[in-house]
Design a protein around this ligand. Sequence first.
Ligand SMILES: Cc1cc2nc3c(=O)[nH]c(=O)nc-3n(C[C@H](O)[C@H](O)[C@H](O)COP(=O)(O)O)c2cc1C
Length: 303
Amino acid sequence: MSWQLAAGGWQSGFELCGVPLRGPVLNGSGTFDAIAARRAFGDALLEQFPFDAFVSKTITVEPRDGNPPPRLWETPAGMINSIGLPNRGLEGFLAHDLPQLVELPVPLVVSVMGFSVDELARLLSGVGERAEVAMMELNFSCPNVETGLVMGAEPEETEAAVDRLRPLTEKPLIVKLTPNAVDPAGVAEAAERAGADAVSLVNTLKGMAFDPRTGRAWLGGVTGGLSGPAIRAVALEQVHAVAERVRIPVIGMGGIASGHDAREFLDAGAACVAVGTENFRDPAAGRRVAFELAELQALPVRD
Ligand SMILES: Cc1cc2nc3c(=O)[nH]c(=O)nc-3n(C[C@H](O)[C@H](O)[C@H](O)COP(=O)(O)O)c2cc1C
């Protein structure tokens, strides 16, 4: 896997898990609504699509309304969200979202989350057999109601889940890791042992804010997930630790807002990067990051 710049663009033959990509910049799940962006920007979005692969927001088996408001809190260099995974559910996704997402000019990654391994199995079977879907991402930052453990927090829990899910689809499986684990690299190794094709990290860090007028938690969901440049150094350390321990590709994210930031993740051992919170500030951030990264790659190698 190479991300060197060749004359005229990214080296031909660049791929992730066997899926050809025109470059290494993805979006973080849940941070870019491609359907709303298409409504706002029309076909210009397709002509200048910001990412080299598109990761859907996480879907669940049943439809969800998400958490009560307020759902966002701005912090120095980041934000805390408590969105709570609102989505149409599996049937709604297949009927409404998928037909629109397949029109995007890049490979589609569908992100799924379940409250049990059985639910994840239903999602994988339901979505994984669709030819339009290039890869699946397992968002593992969720408690398993069968065991009470967060699936992606413990290596054993992760290995058992991926072991059961792996045979259910031939599509490449990306396991998204939570940074709120004692040993993210141990979890990554467990995912690799069980047959994951790639890992992505980091998801948001647990965070909280208080309303100064009431002294109560600001977010409707009480706690939330911290993202943005505030978490970049933590994410870089975790990507580095994971990349040292696994052979499968690592997709690095956490506060990437420029080509320089992306380059740091590649230097830490990531094969690809994803832009998340920065998309809310600049919907074209993915393209900008890709251009800036390409410019950096073209610079003479440092001693
Ligand atoms: C508003 C918001 C919604 C998110 N929704 C999801 C989601 O549905 N599934 C998921 O796996 N990660 C979700 N994430 C996490 C991001 O994909 C990403 O892992 C994280 O924000 C770190 O990257 P960043 O600092 O560049 O945003 C969400 C993040 C934000 C800020």
